[in-house]
Design a protein around this ligand. Structure first.
Ligand code: URA
Length: 481
């Protein structure tokens, strides 16, 4: 945690049997490791002559001289690996990384590709452990609202490795507009417009459950599918250790107990044909559950039946609160329906590429859809996307309006005709309306084509249409700049 580097001076080495001490700060001292490694490599010190100390006082009177050595020219695979191994709890992590650097700078440039090499194999395993730990923290950390006048949230989490600093930017992206703290036994992260780190926290510093948690419980109950219950997979994915910090886990024992009976009932009922919907009644029903937060709204959406049967799940919007830009697409596609996340399939990848070319950071934008369920027809085993009707779009408008109200973007980009219909209530030809638009709301508007339209164009027309799309996104970037 940025405790600076104290590397034994070469002068000290002679008197200590050629041993050099690299004393690093506690936890994941990435900057310290980089500095020390540069100096030691520049001085030609081999791995076996170094003692890497972390979190313990120096044994050999290490010095604190600043680094003078230049950065090392390393292959990408190595530079990417270092930040993913430094947070590992293994006390040998720095020594192993240095041994890798030593071999790479001495000519084994492709060493990372030799998966059978014991050092590479061990480092890969460590990287995987960190990726898993980060995933668990991102997925299982739950904020609670703190009592008091000002809105503040806090969460307690016990990671397996020193990942707090590496994990925190994810929460900044997700909850940019909230003030929050993450408490861990090793240190705390605080966000209030700026990210800072402080001393360890205690679980007892967090209040007991709050209303905010009911949303999580509802959401979990509504997405739990008894026919897919697999206890081993569930325990592997969500180890018990995390349960006590997760409000929705209170529902798990009851759901497991009831799963057999619920699955049997589903089999006995057989496939159902959804009742014909009356959109007016549906909206009136939704209005009764008027949600007071995005979490509550998402719980309602997640619980809802698709208007047209077949979708695996509702696909909720994703991204930070209070973003400069929100993108509204049409409806989730096949990949989005399987993964439960918007814009992860081919159209989403094209959008991400165009955004990057236009200088927009995808992780800073909010992405959502006019319609929250995938509508398709079957062709053999393939699920072919079907355009939602105007009635279906209007059914989901209530949600979209509230969603954008909670998310509060500065500008909304409507991608394609369905998004425009959802935002304006009117069918508008994209070719005529393309460009800045007024949706009559608190946010500015912009209309452009949907990325899947670009994917469907004949090859000869693709390049020009893609360039025009990137130009549109550049205009959007300029509008929010
Ligand atoms: N198309 C959309 O409109 N939304 C998605 O999430 C994916 C493809």
């Amino acid at each position: 945690m940025g405790a600076g580097t104290r590397t034994a001076s070469p002068a000290a080495a002679g008197g200590k049997g050629g041993i050099h001490v690299a004393a690093l700060g506690p936890g994941a001292d990435l900057a310290g490791f980089r500095t020390a490694a540069r100096r030691l490599i520049a001085a030609g010190i081999p791995p076996e002559a170094i003692v890497w100390q972390s979190e313990t006082p120096s044994l050999f009177g290490a010095d604190t001289a600043p680094a003078e050595a230049p950065p090392l020219a390393l292959p990408r695979a190595v530079t990417d690996l270092i930040p993913m191994v430094v947070p590992h709890r293994d006390p040998e992590r720095y020594g192993l990384l240095y041994a890798l650097l030593w071999r790479v700078v001495r000519g084994e440039r492709a060493l990372m590709e030799v998966a059978s090499d014991p050092l590479v194999h061990r480092l890969h395993r460590m990287r995987k452990a960190i990726a898993r730990d980060l995933h668990k923290m991102h997925a299982f950390l739950r904020f609670r609202r703190l009592p008091g006048e000002t809105e503040r949230y806090a969460a307690w989490f016990e990671p397996d490795h020193h990942i707090l600093e590496a994990a925190a930017p994810f929460f900044v992206d997700r909850f940019r507009n909230l003030a929050w703290s993450i408490l861990t036994p090793e240190g705390c992260a605080h966000w209030n417009g700026a990210l800072t780190f402080g001393p360890p926290g205690r679980r007892e510093d967090l209040p007991e459950g709050d209303g905010f948690e009911a949303g999580w419980r509802d959401y979990y109950e509504s997405t739990f599918n008894p026919a897919r219950l697999n206890l081993d997979a569930m325990r592997a994915e969500m180890p018990r250790k995390y349960w006590r910090n997760m409000p929705e886990t209170a529902a798990i024992p009851g759901l497991i107990r009831a799963a057999g009976a619920r699955a049997q009932a589903m089999i006995e009922r057989g496939p159902t044909i959804p009742e014909k919907r009356d959109p007016v009644r549906a909206v009136a029903r939704m209005a009764r559950d008027e949600p007071d937060s995005l979490v509550a709204l998402n719980a309602i959406i997640a619980r809802s039946e698709p208007l047209v049967p077949g979708a695996t799940q509702a696909v909720l919007g994703e991204g930070p609160m209070g973003p400069a830009i929100a993108f509204v697409g049409e409806q989730p596609g096949d990949q989005e329906d399987r993964q439960g996340r918007p814009f992860v399939g081919p159209a989403g990848q094209l959008l991400a590429r165009a955004m990057a070319e236009a200088g927009l950071d995808r992780s800073e934008a909010y992405l959502t859809n006019a319609v929250k369920h995938f509508k398709f027809s079957l062709r053999g085993k393939r699920r072919i996307h079907e355009k939602p009707t105007a009635g279906e779009v209007s059914h989901y408008r209530w949600w979209l309006e509230r969603e954008l109200g909670f998310v509060a973007p500065r500008l909304v980009v409507a991608l394609g005709a369905t998004a425009v219909l959802a935002l304006t209530g009117k069918p508008v030809p994209i070719t005529r309306a393309r460009g800045p638009a007024d949706f009559g709301r608190a946010f500015a508007g912009f209309i452009t084509v949907h990325p899947s339209y670009l994917l469907r164009l004949p090859e000869a027309a693709k390049a020009d249409a893609y360039r025009a799309f990137v130009d549109d996104l550049r205009r959007v970037a300029a509008l929010v700049a």
